[in-house]
Design a protein around this ligand. Structure first.
Ligand SMILES: [Zn+2]
Length: 88
């Protein structure tokens, strides 16, 4: 899972996390699982929940990440009713 610090940048909006880096609004993403996909920049990175909620590629991202998570023997992830990203 990505190391998260104030200088980390959200892979959706490109902004630094700043003081939000410890908040519940931040999602850490795994290393390696997205490397060979169109979402390779998300490999071992972070994103804001509020950016994910409005992201047009959210469903495609979750589908691709789920294949990799399940293939590696891990639990998957879902989009909640509030359109938030959640690991199972
Ligand atoms: Zn963001």
């Amino acid at each position: 899972m990505a190391l998260v610090f104030p200088g980390s940048t959200c892979q959706i909006c490109g902004n630094e996390l700043g003081e939000d880096y410890r908040s519940d609004d931040i999602v850490g993403l795994p290393e390696g699982l997205l490397a060979m996909t169109e979402f390779s920049r998300f490999n071992d990175s972070v994103m804001h929940q509020h950016c994910f909620q409005n992201w047009i590629k959210a469903e495609k991202f979750v589908n691709i990440l789920n294949k990799s998570l399940l293939n590696s023997g891990r639990k998957g992830c879902v989009i909640t009713n509030e359109r938030k990203f959640k690991y199972l």
